[in-house]
Design a protein around this ligand. Structure first.
Ligand code: HEM
Ligand code: HEM
Length: 172
C-alpha cells in the first residue's frame, strides 16, 4: 500500500511549500489595502525567497523518482490536465520569486532574509526595462497562480469527496 503514496520527502515539501505560497499570495494581494496599517512586503519577500530555495531542492528531488501509479478511475484527459497543471505550478513556484527578486533588486529598499542576513541584489538598475517587465510579469503570474491553485484544490477535493478515490490520501 505504502508504494501508492508520494514519498515522505515529496509530501513534506508539497505541504510546506503549499502553505508558504498561499500565505504569500495573501500577503501580496493584501499589502496594498493594508499599506497604511502594516508593512507586509518585507515578510512577503523573505517567504518568497524561501519558496525559491525549497522549490529548487524539490525539483532536484523530483527528478530522482517517478510518481505513484494513477488510480484506474483517472481518464487520460484528466491525467493530461493534472500533469499540465502540476508543471505550470512548478514554473510559477520559480517564476514568481525570480521576477520578485529581479524588480526588488532595482528598488531602493535593502533585501534581507527575515532580517537575519542581507540577501544579494541582482545588478539591475532602476531604469533597466527588465525591472518594469519583471514587475508586470510578477503581477500577472500572481493572478495566474491564484487561479491554478483554486483549480488544483477543487480537483483534489473532487477526488476525495465525490470520486472517493486515493488521490488526496497519497499526497497526505
Ligand atoms: C511564492 C512566491 C511569491 C508569490 C506567490 C508572490 C505573489 C505576489 C502577488 C500576488 C502580489 C500582488 C500583485 C502586485 O501587487 O504586483 C505580489 C506583490 C509583490 N511581490 Fe511578490 N510573490 C512572491 C515572491 C516574491 C519575492 C521573492 C519578492 C522579492 C524578493 C516579491 C516582491 C513583491 C513586491 C515588492 C510586491 C509589491 C509590488 C507592488 O506593490 O507594486 N515577491 N507578489
Ligand atoms: C499553493 C498551493 C499548492 C501548490 C503550489 C501545489 C503544487 C503541487 C504540485 C506541483 C504537485 C505535483 C507533484 C508532483 O507530481 O511532482 C501537486 C500534487 C498534489 N497536490 Fe498540490 N499544491 C498546492 C496545494 C494543494 C492543496 C491545498 C491540496 C489539497 C487540498 C493539494 C493536493 C494535491 C494532491 C492530492 C496532489 C497529488 C496529485 C496526484 O497524485 O497527481 N495541493 N501539488
Amino acid at each position: 500500500m505504502s508504494d501508492e503514496k508520494y514519498n515522505r520527502g515529496a509530501r513534506a515539501l508539497h505541504w510546506i511549500i503549499a502553505v508558504l505560497v498561499i500565505i504569500n499570495l495573501a500577503l501580496g494581494l493584501l499589502h496594498d489595502p493594508l499599506e497604511k496599517v502594516v508593512q507586509l512586503i518585507p515578510l512577503h519577500k523573505s517567504i518568497g525567497l524561501t519558496v525559491l530555495i525549497l522549490t529548487l531542492g524539490r525539483i532536484g528531488w523530483r527528478l530522482s523518482w517517478t510518481r505513484p501509479p494513477w488510480p484506474g478511475s483517472v481518464t487520460p484527459f484528466e491525467r493530461g490536465v493534472a500533469v499540465t497543471t502540476h508543471f505550470l505550478l512548478y514554473v510559477l513556484m520559480l517564476a514568481l520569486p525570480l521576477t520578485g527578486w529581479v524588480f526588488s533588486s532595482a528598488g531602493k529598499y535593502p533585501l534581507t532574509f527575515f532580517g537575519l542576513f542581507p540577501w544579494p541584489k541582482l545588478p539591475i538598475s532602476k531604469d533597466n526595462p527588465l525591472a518594469g517587465l519583471a514587475h508586470e510579469v510578477h503581477e500577472v503570474f500572481g493572478f495566474v497562480m491564484l487561479g491554478l491553485v483554486v483549480l488544483h484544490v477543487l480537483a483534489a477535493l473532487r477526488h476525495h469527496f465525490l470520486l472517493k478515490d486515493r488521490v488526496l490520501r497519497r499526497m497526505w
